[in-house]
Design a protein around this ligand. Structure first.
Ligand code: ZN
Length: 232
């Protein structure tokens, strides 16, 4: 069975590995106008990765998702404290206290490294994640960020099979920065995320697709609709 990467709209993504490990990233489900599913539809979850505490990433469903599934949440310590105040047990937070940028943890055979992101946050800073599935397939979720030179290092350290990159501008990379970041990250494939959710964001992927074809023609752009999945 291949791995599945499903875009749930905005920054929310659901990865189901070939061996059945389910990873949710930034699960803003309830009140996400782009999300085609409800929290009750999610079912099994093993790992929840949270990039930062803005409402359009943290949402309000994490206590429900964790308590219903016994998933492990991976986030920075400051954010882990906030989650505990909202009803998430320390037993459902990695090491009971969270982790930080540069570190790698392994949960259910999946290796997760927290990476930097250039953005803001109230509790802790904003981050991204490198996700190495059981067979070595490597996925990068950038979180919310502008382009940064360290993306070149990430591209050198990790052979990225798939990058999940924000392209919506205003709060994150615009299509030009996102397209240029492909020359640094060197992924095989990219799924554009964090666009068209709000009227002020970029409304479609066409400019990104055109710029990516110009700057990094070797990268395959997979512009999904919310609810669609890419098999890896
Ligand atoms: Zn944000």
């Amino acid at each position: 069975m291949p791995h599945s990467v499903k875009w749930l709209g905005h920054s929310a993504c659901q990865i189901t590995s070939a061996s059945g490990c389910v990873i949710l990233i930034d699960p803003w489900i309830t009140d996400n106008p782009s999300c085609p599913v409800s929290k009750e539809d999610i079912g099994k979850v093993d790992i929840i990765l949270l990039t930062h505490d803005h409402f359009d990433h943290m949402g309000t469903d994490i206590p429900y998702l964790v308590n219903g599934t016994n998933a492990v949440v991976i986030a920075q310590p400051e954010l882990a404290d906030v989650l505990q105040e909202s009803g998430v047990s320390a037993e459902n937070i990695i090491f009971g206290m969270g982790m930080n940028i540069g570190g790698q943890v392994e949960v259910a055979g999946v290796k997760i490294t927290m990476t930097q992101a250039f953005h803001s946050g109230t509790a802790g800073s904003a981050v991204g994640f490198i996700i190495i599935l059981e067979d070595g397939k490597t996925i990068y979720h950038a979180g919310d960020t502008g382009i940064f030179a360290g993306m070149e290092l990430l591209g050198k350290i990790y052979p990225i099979d798939l990058a999940l990159l924000p392209i919506g501008s205003v709060f994150v990379m615009d299509p030009l920065q996102a397209a240029y970041s492909l020359t640094l990250l060197k992924p095989d494939k990219v799924i554009p995320i964090h666009y068209k959710t709000f009227p002020i964001l970029v409304q479609d992927a066409s400019e990104f697709i055109e710029l990516a074809g110009d700057k990094a023609p070797e990268v395959q752009v997979e512009a999904l609709e919310p609810g669609q999945e890419l098999l890896l």
